[in-house]
Design a protein around this ligand. Structure first.
Ligand SMILES: Cc1cc2nc3c(=O)[nH]c(=O)nc-3n(C[C@H](O)[C@H](O)[C@H](O)COP(=O)(O)OP(=O)(O)OC[C@H]3O[C@@H](n4cnc5c(N)ncnc54)[C@H](O)[C@@H]3O)c2cc1C
Ligand code: SF4
Length: 325
């Protein structure tokens, strides 16, 4: 175990040990995965001693800076976040249970591995099934004949951050990169990110929003006390002075390998006013569109038909909540 105290040292250590090493933040996902034999790093680089990666602040331009090592509990309770980015505070507040949120970090949540009911199992269990192509095997048990892993992005904060147009600041051996969060993901459940495992997520930036905004995150899960999402939907609405909507964003998680930002939401909702019939009509149209576009797979527990039926219901509820800034 290595304990660097600067981001530069953390990146240099990972480069030195190569693919034998992994970053460890709160360890709430990595450690169970190591116990299951899903990851077998020989060196673990603990990020807990890097003070520069902790805390939340408001910058002069009104944007929010959140260190990647800030705990989910702090994100959920921060007044800066609850006021400026309620969907993110709500998403952080429903990750797992309280103990895990105290240890788990925002960075670890963004960089979370994808999940699958055929993969997140003990070695014994996976071996008896003949493994799968994400680890040690050659077949996919979700898509018959599938050549690509479709394990699900299951991070609750991802859709909230997408509706907030968050920017992710990485440091890797090739330098610093600022990536719009929408560009982080790719549709490959084996590794669903467009940065390599040697990239350290240093901080998350939320741009300042103009005018009043409302936001919400709703999560479908079996047990509210602890479970991962079976579906997660985040919504954000921006309001003009007359109370009408001028901007809207909706994103979903726990479907396929990447969280999805729904297209044309502003086009559909702009100019409508919550409480008036034009808002209700636009909601119906958006919900029908989302129901067509968002299709859960048999990759995580929870019947896919039921999860699909819940898409428009959760979307409508999230938008109605976001309409109360
Ligand atoms: C019982 C249980 C229930 C859970 N329920 C949920 C849930 O409902 N929703 C949910 O979203 N998650 C859930 N989780 C998963 C996990 O607890 C959270 O996602 C948590 O936020 C992970 O953060 P961490 O700091 O513990 O990450 P770690 O476990 O330390 O790391 C996770 C991954 O991210 C990488 N990583 C961590 N930090 C960085 C960084 N700064 N830069 C680059 N890579 C990094 C690590 O190498 C590792 O691959 C659950 C876990 C358990 C055990
Ligand atoms: S989606 Fe297929 S390949 Fe990916 S983890 Fe699940 S069973 Fe394995």
């Amino acid at each position: 175990m290595e304990y660097p105290t600067t981001v530069e040292d953390a990146v240099a250590l990972l480069a030195k040990h190569g693919d034998r090493a992994m970053f460890l933040a709160g360890g709430t996902d990595l450690l169970p995965n190591m116990k299951h034999g899903l990851f077998e790093p020989e060196v673990v680089i603990g990020l807990g001693a890097i003070e520069d990666m902790k805390g939340i602040r408001k910058d002069k331009d009104g944007s929010l800076h959140i260190g990647a090592m800030t705990s989910l509990t702090e994100v959920a309770r921060s007044q800066l976040i609850t006021e400026a980015a309620p969907a993110l505070a709500q998403a952080a507040s429903v990750v797992a249970g309280p103990q895990i949120r105290n240890m788990g970090t925002l960075g670890g949540n963004v960089m979370l591995d994808t999940r699958c009911q055929w993969y997140n199992q003990s070695h014994f269990w996976r071996k008896s099934l003949g493994y799968c192509l994400k680890k040690d095997g050659t077949v996919c048990h979700v898509i018959e004949g599938g050549k690509k892993c479709v394990a699900a992005a299951s991070n609750d904060t991802a859709p909230a951050l997408m509706t907030l147009a968050a920017e992710l600041h990485f440091l890797s051996p090739s330098g610093e990169v600022a990536l719009p969060i929408e560009e982080l993901w790719k549709a490959d459940g084996t590794w669903n990110k467009n940065v390599g495992p040697d990239a350290l997520l240093v901080s998350v930036h939320l741009p300042a929003l103009s005018g009043p905004h409302g936001g919400a995150y709703l999560k479908l899960r079996e047990r509210n006390a602890i479970d991962f999402p079976q579906l997660g939907i985040a919504a954000r609405l921006g309001f003009a002075e007359d109370g009408s909507i001028f901007e809207a964003a909706v994103a979903a998680t726990a479907l396929g390998p990447r969280p999805i930002l729904l297209q044309s939401t502003t086009k559909l909702l702009a100019g409508t006013t919550p409480g008036e019939s034009n808002f209700e009509e636009a909601l119906l149209e958006l919900c029908a569109k989302a129901h067509k576009q968002l299709s859960p797979l048999a990759n995580i527990p929870g019947d896919e038909t039921y999860r699909k039926r819940m898409v428009p219901i959760f979307l409508k509820r999230a938008l109605v909540l976001a309409a109360q800034p």
